[in-house]
Structures are given as C-alpha cells and as structure tokens.
Design a protein around this ligand. Sequence first.
Ligand code: SIN
Length: 486
Amino acid sequence: MTQPKLSNSKLFRQACYIGGEWVGAQSGETLDVDNPANGDILGQVPNCNAQDAARAIAEADKGFQVWRKKTANERSECLYRWYQLMLDNTEDLGKLMTLEQGKPLAESKGEVQYAASFIKWFAEEARRSYGETIPGAKPDQHIVVTRQPIGVSVAITPWNFPAAMITRKAGAALAAGCSMIVKPAEATPYTALALAHLSAEAGIPAGVLNVITGKPRPIGEAFTSSPVVRKLSFTGSTVVGGKLMAQCAEHIQKVSLELGGNAPFIVFDDADLDKAVEGAMASKFRNTGQTCVCANRFLVQDSVHDAFVEKLTAAMKKLKVGDGFEEGVNQSALINRAAVEKVTQHYEDAMSKGAQRVYGPVPEGKKGNYVEPLLLTDVTPDMQLCHEETFGPLAGIIRFKTEEEAIRIANDTPYGLAAYYYSQNIHRVWRVADGLDSGIIGVNEGAVSNATAPFGGMKASGLGREGSRHGMEEYEEIKYLCMGGE
Ligand code: SIN
C-alpha cells in the first residue's frame, strides 16, 4: 500500500463526510482504491449502501434548512473561502488526483484550478439570483417572480475529472441555497473527500455538502427513491443516465444529465492548418483522450488532408507517455484495463475495415494501462470509432469533399455534446454553426470548457447546462406571486 505524501496530511480522508462527521459504512465494508499507473493500492474507502445513503439524505435535509436561511452574501463568502482553500492546496490536491486517476501532475494541478474556477464563478452568481416583475393581467395586479432553492440535491460524478465535475455541480447547488450529497466514482473518491475537508474549513455548515462513497447502484436507488431528494445531477454514460432519469420519474425529481459524446472535429480547406493542429491536440489528447468533449472523429477536406495529417503526425511525435508523476509526461495510463481494451477494439475494428495506421505502434497489453497515441487515416463512418466514444488517445481521420457532406457526417450520431471546426471564411463559420446539432461548438478553438460558459449537450448527450448563469438555474424553482389589488 502506497499512501500519498502530502504537505497537509488531513486532505487524505478514508471516510465519508456526512452531516459534518467523518463516518464509515454502517456495514463496515470498504472498497480498495488503486493507482491506475501501476496497480498499487492507495487505501480503502467505505462501501456505503442504501441505509448510509438514507442517513446522508436526512443530514442533507437538515443542512438545507440551515443553508437556505443564509443570505446570498453569506453563501457567497463561504464559497469564496472554499475556492481560496482549493487554490492554496493545489499541490496536494494535484498529487492525490494523479495518484488515483493517473493524469499527468501538471494536468491534475490544472484541473484543480479549473475546479476552483467554478466555485469562484458561483460565489459571484450567488449574489445575482435575480427575480423579475411583470405587468399584471388586471389593472390592480402585480406579478413578482422569485427564485428559491430546489432543495436537497445529489450528484453522481465520474472519474475523468475527479474535482471539476464535483465543483461545477456543488458550486451551483450551494450558490442557489441547496444542500448536496456527492457520490464520486469508485476509482477517484480521495479528491472528493479532500474537497469535503476543505469545505468544512471554509465554514460551510454541517450537512450542506456531504460525500458518500461506494458502489453506485444501491446509492443511486436510495437517492431516486427518496421524495426528499429534489434534484439529481449525473455525469457519465448515456445508458446509466437514461436509467437514472427513469428512476427519477417516481418522485418527479429534476434531472441534469451530462452524458456521452462523439465530437466531430472538422478541418475545412480554408482553415489555418497550424491552428487546427493546435486545437486538435488540445481537444483529442487532453486527459489522454478521456473526456466527453474530446474530438472523437476528425473530418478533413480532401485538398488539405495530406498536409493536415503530416502536421498532426509531427505534433503527435512530441507526446510523451508515462507515469503522471514523471517530468514531461503528458499522456498517462488510462483509468483501467477495460479502457485499454476499448481503444484496442476500436483500433482493430478500424483496421479490419480498411483504415491505415499512420502513427503509433499496434496497441499491446502492457502492464499499467498504457496506450501509445495512434493516428489512423482512411477512416469511414461505418467504423466503431465513429459511433462510440473511444475515450483514449486514438485519432481517426475521415476524408470529405463538400461542406454539406461534412455537416451530414458530423450530425450522423445520436450524440450532440461538442463539435469543432476550423475555417477562416466568415460565411461558412455561420452556416456550419447553424448546421451542427451540438450543445458546445468550438469555432477555430479546441479548448471549449470554462466556468463562464453553459456546458451541456443535445440529443443523447444529456439535459441541462453546467457553469454560467444557466448552471445555477438547474438548482432553482421559479415561484411567482400574483399580488391582487384591494
Ligand atoms: C467531461 O468529460 O465530462 C467534462 C469535460 C470538461 O469539463 O471539459
């Protein structure tokens, strides 16, 4: 067992944070947490069940009664202190994240800043939960619209961004006046528990932010079968998101779902190719290809195809694969064996249908969940990698002839999260923006995620938005007062 060496050892918590207390599972059961880079066991966290979840819901309800009565300014100040503490502990939080998730240390520290930026954003938005007045329907009537927190909220979060996927939900919930229970992925509970520790230091009252660890199914079922829970936010697969949404129907719980993607990255013949390659690298290889907004399919126009492939290959040669703690490494181990097998499967399927391997070795089953970056050309839309999220460092290029063809191929997917394209023709820029069915569009930009923008998808990619002022609306109820005359 390799325990992390941190400057602030209190950040390494191996218990759940419920109602302001650090507690184990009532059954005493635990789950091992490992380092995906070498399989070392880092420690154990409680494997909570439905009874533990029920306790967390009761505590979150008490927390809600306290928190909803605070002024917007008081909530904002607590959030601001939490944000500051995250920044102050960037080094330790980054180490914990690299240990449990694998991502390169520089990227982990970058994620801490990204995660903290949501708390800062929502600390500011907390003060701006404005209502409205509307002219009455009768001469002596006034209509006043107010917003109130929806109530106890729950978040089920993924392993790919162990901090940011929590803060963009919890920041919005707490700013709106809700309490929240976070159920982090089994692979990455330590970052979540460290954030809970910092929330307590920031003065966020007991029960307002809770973290419960364990297998997702019993906890998810406890969340969705409780009428006390008024809101569920989930980031993960479309299949699981759909099941949770069906479960939420019983008590008409509000849902936000950030689900799978299949992002097209289109390079038109009038693109600045160097910029396009820069964007492609940022989009495809961030987090070693393990993001929902990663470019999953490259579509490159005929006349610039070869030049783009050459430039992208040159850029990919600079990628360095290894343990996230090693200097200069920017591509880490994937999260687990299943992730390696999926990339390998997409590679083999594409090769069996006529793709050409331009760069990267044939994937092999090395210890440590590593896959070297791969570039394929002659990719066609019937290949698996064009239909399913690869979630790994495999880039496949489809050649196209016309703008209409590119838009048709780009939209030929049940998903609609992110899409990217590069063009310097302003008319084309607007036409393509209108034509793409995606919630997030990078126009001559490969890095689209930030706290100020509404993140979320269309079609099977989900419901609702996170970040921006829209993120907070997901945790609010609108109430209108119809003020009659005498
Ligand atoms: C995700 O992969 O779910 C989120 C990525 C991001 O926030 O950029």
